[in-house]
Write a protein that binds this ligand. Structure first.
Ligand SMILES: N[C@@H](CCC(=O)N[C@@H](CS)C(=O)NCC(=O)O)C(=O)O
Length: 207
């Protein structure tokens, strides 16, 4: 197997999800930082890897895969021989997919966008992102009241995909103080063998 190459940015939660899963699977990868602040992602060379000009992008031999969910699904299908992280059984697979959608929907519109404002000065409605995050967290808090993991009765891609931006919500001034079930779930994810943290930022910390 060729060494994987991951094009990423050290503060990108989308890239972190993939780094985390590469580590869980015990795979080797070279990490290539893309200078998003200098617009490297919009240069022709990078656009050949991802027409949408975004990290993460994974290169595995002759295959180039962009988008964090797509990469997680690829890695699970290609290298998780026991089909634990992306179960084959249709109802379980659907449940995991449901939470992959959550990671690209409300999690982006809420905690991820709130963090984009505080860390990178993004021209987004901060208040609205904070409200979206709390609405989502109230629902997840209830969801996690009687289960350990988001999708099924063991950790899956659902947990990997949603972890990063929820764990880093305080960087966007979204406190996790009122969500003990979510914090307990974050602790369980961090206790998984192979967990690697994303760099934390000290700007705008709420809790
Ligand atoms: N749906 C994509 C979103 C990727 C994304 O938003 N990447 C951000 C960094 S977290 C990026 O590259 N932004 C640079 C830009 O859009 O110019 C994924 O999950 O990979």
């Amino acid at each position: 197997m060729a060494t994987l190459k991951l094009y990423r940015h050290p503060l990108s939660g989308n890239a972190h999800r993939v780094e985390f899963f590469i580590s869980i699977l015990g795979l080797r990868a070279d990490y290539i930082d893309v200078d998003l602040m200098q617009g490297e992602q919009r240069k022709a060379d990078f656009l050949q890897k991802n027409i949408f000009g975004q990290v993460p992008v994974l290169v595995d031999g002759d295959k180039t895969i962009a988008d964090s969910n797509a990469i997680l699904v690829y890695l699970a299908s290609q290298y998780d021989y026991d089909h634990i992280w992306l179960p084959i059984e249709p109802a379980k697979a659907a449940e995991v997919q449901r939470f992959l959608s959550l990671a690209q929907g409300p999690v982006m519109q809420g905690p991820a966008n709130a963090r984009l404002v505080t860390l990178f000065g993004a021209a987004l409605d901060h208040q609205r992102a904070i409200e979206t995050a709390h609405k989502l967290f109230n629902t997840l808090e209830e969801h996690l009241a009687d289960r350990l993991w988001l999708a099924v009765d063991h950790p899956t891609l659902a947990d990997i995909a949603n972890y990063t931006y929820i764990a880093h919500a305080p960087e966007g001034n979204v406190s996790l103080q009122n969500y003990p079930n979510i914090r307990a779930w974050l602790n369980r994810v961090e206790a998984l063998s192979g967990f690697v943290p994303m760099q934390r930022c000290e700007i705008g910390l709420a809790a």
